[in-house]
Design a protein around this ligand. Structure first.
Ligand SMILES: CC(C)(COP(=O)(O)OP(=O)(O)OC[C@H]1O[C@@H](n2cnc3c(N)ncnc32)[C@H](O)[C@@H]1OP(=O)(O)O)[C@@H](O)C(=O)NCCC(=O)NCCS
Length: 342
């Protein structure tokens, strides 16, 4: 029996027994059949997509059954028998839309563990399954239970510090992907895909189901669904348009070796080796004069007509105010300079 994903998780429930969040230390994509069979035999798994609540006895039996084929998972299962927090073994038979909070968390983990690329996993219906949670120095707390927890902390002479109130936690509380630098951890949500060699500076932001595929310097915003190719840089305060609220339905992406200048923005996907001048926002409807090498206007097109095309430089002519597009000659040199000190 093959499955899409399997993971052992430790999480938090509210006082009603509802999941608030789950931490999966070692999620597996396409787990070995023997693990799924062991779950059928020892955990009461009945097939399909299930977030199983498991106790210490079941975990020990599961660990014994998988010891020979998956010693790391077995060790994790044994460690979880000591947990004071609830444990789940979540198994996704297929990538069908999630039906529970642990299933959504597993899919977000698959992204941030780089086991699946943005857009390659089915996240339909996820918002309704992610509770809005107070993320505190003592873990996740249900908002309805927060005043009580705050009072309890004060009476104990402690401060309950709230880092954020959100449906998504920060990624680094769950996984720090190898080869990354993240200056301000609150600005990268769980479900972000951060490529090996990427630096996210303080102004950088990465939403879920979005990120960088390789080496990038990110000082701007990567909206939900936006993917940035290897060797591309996002300058300070720049913006990539999302599709969640009024951003249209074109999914924005940035190809390889591109540069979005400081405070620039794009509402169209870029091909490879493109540069957008700092301060210029190119939307799908922006009318753009295309210039030849002699700086003569050869065409006037809309941004969407240039979507995905490579080797373009977009700038706003500082004399006429017209947005212009010329062949990009300096993209690679600029990138090499910026990456020298990644
Ligand atoms: C758009 C950009 C890439 C152009 O840089 P460039 O290709 O090196 O061009 P130059 O500045 O050398 O200018 C070439 C010529 O075009 C002119 N020019 C440049 N931008 C222009 C504009 N917006 N309008 C009119 N002319 C312009 C220059 O004056 C120069 O003219 P000249 O040939 O008469 O001397 C650059 O201005 C830019 O915005 N870079 C982004 C950098 C950035 O933000 N990095 C991230 C930091 S966090």
């Amino acid at each position: 029996m093959t499955a899409f994903a399997l993971a052992i998780g430790v999480g938090t429930k509210n006082s009603k027994g509802e999941w608030l969040e789950v931490y999966f230390q070692r999620p597996l994509l396409n787990p070995a059949d023997s693990l799924v069979s062991a779950a059928l035999e020892t955990l009461g798994y009945e097939g399909g997509n299930m977030a199983l609540d498991v106790d210490g006895g079941e975990l020990t039996a599961f660990a014994d059954a998988i010891e020979a084929v998956a010693p790391e998972q077995a060790a994790l299962a044994r460690a979880c028998t000591e947990s004071v927090r609830p444990i789940t073994v979540t198994i996704l038979d297929t990538d069908a839309p999630a039906t529970s909070t642990p299933e959504v968390y597993l899919k977000l983990h698959l992204l941030s563990h780089r086991l699946v690329k943005p857009h390659s996993v089915n996240l339909a219906g996820m918002f309704g399954l992610l509770p809005n949670v107070a993320w505190t120095n003592q873990g996740a707390i249900d908002l309805a239970e927060l005043p009580e927890a705050q009072l309890k902390a004060r009476l104990n002479g402690e401060l309950l510090s709230i880092n954020s109130v959100d449906k998504f936690p920060r990624m680094t509380d769950y996984i720090v992907p190898s080869g990354t630098r993240i200056a301000h951890t609150a600005r990268v949500r769980l479900g972000a895909y951060i490529g090996e060699g990427t630096t996210i500076m303080h102004e950088g932001f990465v939403n879920f189901n979005a990120g960088t595929l390789g080496v990038s310097m990110v000082e701007g915003r990567i909206s939900a669904g936006v993917v940035v190719g290897d060797g591309s840089d996002l300058g300070g305060g720049c913006s990539t348009m999302g599709t969640l609220s009024g951003g249209g339905n074109i999914i924005i992406s940035v190809g390889e070796k591109c540069l979005l200048g400081a405070n620039a923005g794009i509402g169209i996907p870029l091909g490879d080796r493109c540069t957008v001048e700092s301060g210029l926002y190119v939307t799908a409807g922006t009318k753009i004069q295309v210039l030849d090498d002699q700086k003569q206007v050869v065409d006037t097109v809309k941004g969407r007509d240039l979507a995905g095309k490579s080797d373009l430089l977009f700038r706003r002519n500082s004399i006429t105010g017209a947005v212009e597009c010329v062949t990009n000659k300096s993209a690679i040199a600029l990138n090499e300079e910026l990456h020298a000190n990644n």
